[in-house]
Design a binder for this molecule. Structure first.
Ligand code: DQA
Length: 144
């Protein structure tokens, strides 16, 4: 099983950016957690992070025929990007949306998720552990 974890803008800054909201664990801690999960579950997890919307669209398109599932935190593009929603719909790869913070408890502009409309589940407010939960949800879904 091959899973692609996609992170949008500023997720590479976790641990530095607003630690009261996103926690003190770093992006490199996240990558380590994902590789540990891959090892434990005997699957492949690749990751991609970009601050550029088009690069995220390109990566989703390139995942077709390569990955069985996608975990995506589009970050700020969650709330604005129809292009990322359309790319997820175009490839139809089972996807789970993740947010490190509880977006529902924050500003009203964070309550809209375009990408989430193409995902079968959303995990929010569980910190970096939410990515591991998302991977395991995908594994469950893909083995059904
Ligand atoms: C985020 C929530 C978004 O509203 C924000 O723009 C981010 C991170 C999260 O993981 O909690 O950059 O997606």
């Amino acid at each position: 099983m091959k899973i692609l974890v996609i992170n949008g803008p500023n997720i590479n800054m976790v641990g530095i950016r607003e630690p009261g909201i996103y926690g003190k664990q770093s992006f490199s801690d996240l990558l380590t957690m994902l590789q540990q999960t891959a090892k434990e579950d005997q699957i492949t997890i690749d990751q991609f992070q970009s601050n550029h919307e088009g690069a995220i669209v390109d990566t989703i398109q390139a995942a077709l025929g390569v990955y069985d599932g996608i975990v995506i935190n589009p970050a700020a593009y969650t709330h604005t990007s129809v292009a990322i929603l359309d790319a997820l719909k175009a490839v139809s790869i089972p996807a789970v949306e993740v947010h490190i913070s509880d977006v529902d408890a924050r500003e009203s502009f964070r309550q809209i998720s375009y990408a989430g409309k193409a995902c079968f589940a959303t995990i929010k407010g569980h910190g970096l552990q939410g990515y591991v939960e998302a991977v395991r949800l995908l594994e469950k879904k893909l083995s059904e």
